[in-house]
Design a protein around this ligand. Structure first.
Ligand code: GLN
Length: 494
């Protein structure tokens, strides 16, 4: 069974078409593995077993009668619990939404289901996607499959851990300041944050609307390309999903990196970064050079201000987006309120965790009269400078290569201080501020066996080039073929 759950999306599709395995058998193997491993990893908030088996049976029927739909038909996937799923509990990792079952599917969910994918369930996350470790989940903390005393990263930590542990062939997350790339790096899987506007956000619970973007996790770059092609493109329900044509991303992969110009930003090799991360990333860059890419230094001088600007802009937008959780419209309603305002205040006090409250306070403060220009206005100016840094760099190079994070997965509880948690995203946030695509691919391991992430960044709508380079690197290194020692995860029961 372990064999079925280690096949890639591409391999599953090929074997379904040859009819040597079937979607029901594979769905059962995944459900059994979730049952065996998720007591320790805790990636899933909700497992939709019956729905998954019904979808798998329907898919199996299509393979029998020759009406199979494409590369995702029958493939088991799972979803960060930020995506609305019709009739299925959707929490955003927050107690304030516990018991909420949306009346519709997010566009990306509907697209996966239309493509024939089998949805296994909903994945743990930091509450409203605020965090870098899943320790801010309102329910429980997900563990890193490589070392269960360490965090899987966040906020999409359930989505990265599920793929790393073989509990989903691919998953969807969101990235507002790094929440796909950072957990991908920590769990040794591939994670792509597409260009702002590439993928619809209809039905995705909002955190910071000028930054949020949906993207896939998978074991290989090719699988990422297959999922991206299925979810990308315009949506009548989301005017921010732009009309740029969606290439066949998987077909672009074979073109290699010969002749690509790749910029190396000095500002992304910061003081205090883990020396093992730095040397792995320098080695990764050397691999791209051997494959025929030309590298040159580029400068992104406003990088150091990005983090500060983000922690004004994101909380400001979040404070506005989260105003809708008032105890009336969705989920939790605290008892005993003497009127509407009191009921709302009690509900928010009981339903939101500390990190969410901290962000709402930061955000409302930054937006308040008299402070708006000093904080929000200035942060927006910095955002423009960060974007211009990238524009200048991309006038000379095709891609930028850098570490995903300054360090590897940290121990549970180690970053209790909010500022040290925020610092995790210093190398991912500028990409969100500029609205660009970025990928994290497995780029090696520390001596202690923890995964290291290698980040490639492209110009707006440059996903095809990002994926090409990532694929070429992956083929040359094979880091992605290593899997966590799951016997250890099972606590020796194996
Ligand atoms: N860790 C960052 C934050 O806490 C980014 C989160 C995200 O990308 N959703 O805001």
């Amino acid at each position: 069974m372990a064999e079925l759950t280690s096949l890639t999306v591409r391999e599953l599709g090929a074997r379904f078409r040859r009819r040597d395995i079937g979607p029901v058998e594979v769905a059962l193997a995944y459900l059994a593995r979730i049952e065996a491993l998720d007591r320790d990893v805790r990636a899933y908030l909700t497992v939709t077993r019956d729905q998954a088996l019904a979808q798998a049976a329907a898919s199996e029927g299509r393979f029998h009668d020759g009406t199979a739909r494409g590369p995702l038909d029958g493939v088991p996937v799972a979803l960060k619990d930020l995506f609305c799923t019709r009739g299925v509990r959707t929490t955003a990792g927050s107690k304030i939404l516990d018991g909420f079952a949306p009346p519709y599917d997010a566009t990306v969910v509907a697209r996966l289901v239309d493509a024939g994918a089998v949805t296994l369930g909903k994945l743990n996350m930091d509450e409203f996607a605020m965090g870098s470790s899943t320790e801010h989940s309102g329910f429980f903390t997900t563990r890193n499959p490589w070392d269960i005393d360490r965090v899987p990263g966040g906020s999409s930590g359930g989505a990265s851990a599920a793929v790393a542990a073989g509990m989903a062939a691919a998953s969807l997350g969101t990235d507002t300041g790094g929440s796909i790339r950072q957990p991908a790096a920590f769990c040794g899987v591939v994670g792509l944050k597409p260009t702002y506007g590439r993928v619809s956000r209809h039905g995705v619970i909002a955190f910071a609307s000028s930054l949020d973007q949906v993207g896939p996790f998978a074991r290989t770059v090719e699988d990422i390309a297959l999922v991206l092609s299925a979810i990308a493109g315009p949506d009548p329900m989301d005017s921010t999903a732009v009309d740029t044509p969606v290439p066949d991303y998987a077909a672009e992969l074979a073109r290699g990196v010969e002749g690509l110009r790749i910029g190396i930003p000095a500002e992304y090799f910061i003081a205090g970064m883990d020396p093992e991360v730095e040397s792995a990333v320098r080695a990764a860059i050397a691999v791209l050079e051997q494959l025929g890419a030309r590298t040159e230094p580029v400068s992104l001088p406003h990088t150091e201000y990005g983090l500060a600007a983000y922690y004004v802009i994101a909380p400001a937008e979040a404070s506005s987006n989260l105003a809708r959780y008032d105890g009336v419209k969705y989920g939790l309603r605290a008892a005993g309120g003497k009127d509407l305002i009191d009921t709302s205040a009690r509900t928010r006090a009981a339903g939101f965790g500390n990190e969410v409250k901290r962000r709402v306070m930061l955000g409302t403060y930054a937006l308040s009269a008299g402070y708006y220009d000093a904080y929000y206005g200035r942060a927006q100016k910095i955002r423009t400078l960060v974007r211009r840094d990238f524009e200048q760099a991309f006038s000379r190079v095709d891609l930028i290569a850098a570490p995903t994070t300054p360090g590897v997965a940290f121990k549970l509880g180690e970053r209790a201080d909010p500022l040290s948690m925020y610092l995790n995203d210093v190398l991912t946030i500028p990409v969100n501020l500029a609205g660009l695509p970025g990928i994290s691919v497995p780029g090696g391991f520390t001596a202690a066996g923890l995964p290291i992430g290698f980040q490639l960044i492209g110009p707006a709508f440059g996903e095809a080039a990002v994926l090409r380079a990532a694929h070429a690197y992956e083929r040359a290194t094979l880091w992605h073929t290593r899997q966590p020692a799951l016997a250890a995860v099972r606590g020796g029961a194996a």
